[in-house]
Design a protein around this ligand. Structure first.
Ligand code: AMP
Length: 622
């Protein structure tokens, strides 16, 4: 989750209350002087520190369940900047209104929190180990799932910290603490049996003191009556800065002798895969298909809550296994292909049937585009052209071609995307699909298109009907019948004659000058977004293609779909910028939709109880 406050000049990052007060003192202590810092207790939260009447006032700002930010019990706002802006106009319960930002002095950078600096590597290692991915597939998985994975890692990061000793007895904890030097503040954390309760042991004056850490119903960790934290590592980091009722500040960690080499470094927690389910806050995907099969990408199956694209068999190429790759050929033997009578759909070439392809080591579900036998040579040639384009592409967000098979007729064998086309899926699932789900799918389409742009291919038929779903949370781009490879020296493809073109999805330069570039695909992406956010609506209603072209020339555009977020309509409008050179490319589009997706994908836990505990100098008798 990128920090939503990094652009603010009065944001200091992960500094302590004491440091904040020092900066405010340095800046003159006038009434209404304020700064913002990271909350060390709540993931995604902030503290607003304000001066009034020569005193400091600190207000926690929390990230709410719906992604908004609010001072506890007060009005919500869409970001930390908006919170500050609001209180600059109206004190609304604060000591005074915010009058003067205490900006970071020159040379003072935002201080990264411990998790900020570990985050990137932890996510990478987690994704690599859990899904055994590498290369591009790894990079894409990180980009697509970072918000979900990040929260998961944050809540379990303590498992890899050197000070975490797992389930050991109190006597063993003391033995470890008393081994070697025993400076004040030497500490360790242990789990109490298999329970969700922990114990913090601290050495002070050569004696070990033990503090019980409870995990309450709302998922918070706290020493009873004490400050509550989202995660154990936050609690430990906080007590390193402030004793907060315990006997002494945590200083030196007593390292767990059983921790594997390299522990404490940013390595991922060892979690079973199913922890990725509804346990990630706010991410409890709905079942997708009716039926009872548990296999996530089974055509008739039911998607298990929490199954991510990487958990499906179509995330990585069937040829990512070197043994399978060795035998890869464009033409597949007919004997390895079983064709079902079930028809998945039909297109210009003929029908698309369900089937199974037997590879060297595994069998995979496939969709087979079957050319009508009576079709003439030109159609055959076109299908071969599509096959040759698809053969060059390998991306998790693009339907991969397995190969072609020339037998009773010509057949194009592809990965199966059992959810069918997006424009048909959306109206049927409208009630079960929140906007965030639509953003998630459109972000995946943007990743697939960014890949095509980078490889210098133009799709030329991007539309919701050509986005197929593997499941409700996993989309792939399909139908490369009109696609072209641009080659190294060309930035566009010039069509000699107009064909049967999807004009409603086409940019003006495609219609007027037959010039097709990735920027033309960006225009189509905007129309596809419009279809998605209107849950399968038909763009431009009953207008015919040429009427749409005239409408665009008059500088008119599709209206914002009902309930579509402003950020997403703005992105569509930018995709429909008339001049190619001013239109964003897919690198921009993907980054913008990703930022928006991250900002809504992770929802924090229950409303936070910020009641500060009384000072405790006596440890719990545990
Ligand atoms: P097309 O000829 O590519 O437009 O495909 C026609 C229809 O066949 C699509 O709208 C889908 O319903 C179905 N279809 C095509 N490809 C696949 C696939 N890879 N997996 C599942 N269904 C597919």
């Amino acid at each position: 989750m990128p920090d939503a406050a990094t652009h603010l000049p009065f944001y200091y990052g992960s500094i302590s209350r004491k440091e904040a007060e020092e900066y405010l003192k340095l800046a003159g202590m006038m009434d209404g002087l304020f700064l913002l810092r990271q909350c060390l207790r709540n993931l995604g939260g902030y503290i607003l520190s304000v001066v009034y009447d020569v005193r400091f006032h600190h207000y926690p700002i929390e990230r709410q369940l719906n992604g908004t930010y609010a001072i506890v019990g007060a009005k919500p706002h869409c970001g930390p900047a908006e919170v500050c802006e609001y209180y600059s106009k109206d004190p609304d319960g604060l000591c005074c209104n915010l009058r003067k930002p205490c900006n970071r002095p020159s040379g003072v950078e935002i201080k990264l929190g411990i998790f900020d600096s570990l985050r990137e590597n932890m996510i990478r290692d987690y994704v690599r180990q859990t899904w055994k991915l590498g290369g591009d597939a790894l990079e894409q998985a990180i980009i697509n799932q970072a918000p979900q994975v990040e929260k998961l890692i944050a809540t379990t990061a303590h498992e890899r910290m050197p000070w975490f000793h797992g389930d050991i007895l109190r006597s063993e904890a003391e033995r470890r603490l008393y081994t070697g030097a025993q400076p004040d503040g030497k500490f360790l954390l242990r789990q109490r049996g298999n329970s969700n309760s922990y114990s913090l042991a601290i050495v002070y004056g050569k004696t070990a003191y033990h503090y019980l850490i409870d995990h309450d119903k709302s998922g918070k960790y706290a020493i009873p009556e004490g400050t509550k934290f989202d995660t154990l590592w936050q609690l430990v980091e906080y007590l390193k800065m402030k004793s907060d009722g315990v006997i002494y500040c945590l200083k030196e960690s007593c390292p767990n002798p059983n921790l594997p080499m390299g522990a404490g470094a940013p390595v991922p927690p060892s979690l079973p895969k199913n922890r990725l389910g509804g346990g990630i806050d706010g991410y409890t995907p709905e079942p997708v298909f009716n039926g009872s099969s548990a296999k996530s990408d089974s055509p008739t199956g039911c998607r298990k809550p929490g199954v991510l694209p990487m958990d499906t068999s179509v995330y990585e190429s069937p040829y990512s296994d070197p043994d399978e790759l060795k035998d890869r050929k464009l033409f597949l033997p007919r004997s390895s292909l079983m064709i079902d009578e079930v028809e998945l759909g039909s297109g210009n070439f003929g029908s698309v049937k369900k089937g199974v392809y037997k590879m060297k080591k595994k069998q995979i579900d496939v969709a087979i585009k079957v050319l009508k036998s009576e079709n003439e040579k030109t159609v055959k040639d076109e299908m071969m052209k599509e096959a040759k384009i698809m053969h060059q592409l390998d991306n998790p967000y693009i339907v991969r071609m397995i190969g072609v098979c020339q037998a009773e007729c010509l057949m194009l064998v592809m990965e199966m995307a059992a959810g069918g086309p997006l424009n048909k899926f959306l109206p049927a699932k409208r009630d079960q699909m929140p906007t965030s789900n639509v953003v998630e799918l459109m972000h995946q389409v943007a990743m697939g298109m960014k890949y095509l742009e980078e490889k210098k291919f133009v799709h030329r038929d991007l539309a919701a009907r050509n986005v197929l779903l593997v499941n409700q949370h996993y989309a792939k781009i399909s139908d490369f019948g009109l696609s072209k490879a641009l080659g190294a020296d060309n930035s566009y493809y010039l069509a000699r004659t107009a064909g049967k073109w999807p004009l409603k999805w086409y940019a003006p330069e495609c219609i007027n000058f037959h010039k097709f570039s990735s920027k033309g695909d960006v225009w189509s992406y905007g129309v596809t977004m419009w279809e998605a956010f209107s849950y399968g609506g038909k763009p431009y209603k009953k207008m015919k293609g040429p009427e749409v072209a005239a409408f665009i020339e008059q500088n008119k555009r599709l209206d914002c779909p009902a309930n579509c977020p402003d950020e997403m309509y703005k992105l569509m409008q930018d995709c429909w910028i008339y001049k190619v050179e001013n239109r964003p490319d897919f690198v921009d589009v993907e980054s913008r939709i990703r930022t928006f997706y991250y900002s809504i994908a992770v929802k924090p836990e229950e409303a936070k109880d910020l009641s500060k505990g009384a000072k405790r100098t006596n440890p719990n008798p545990i």
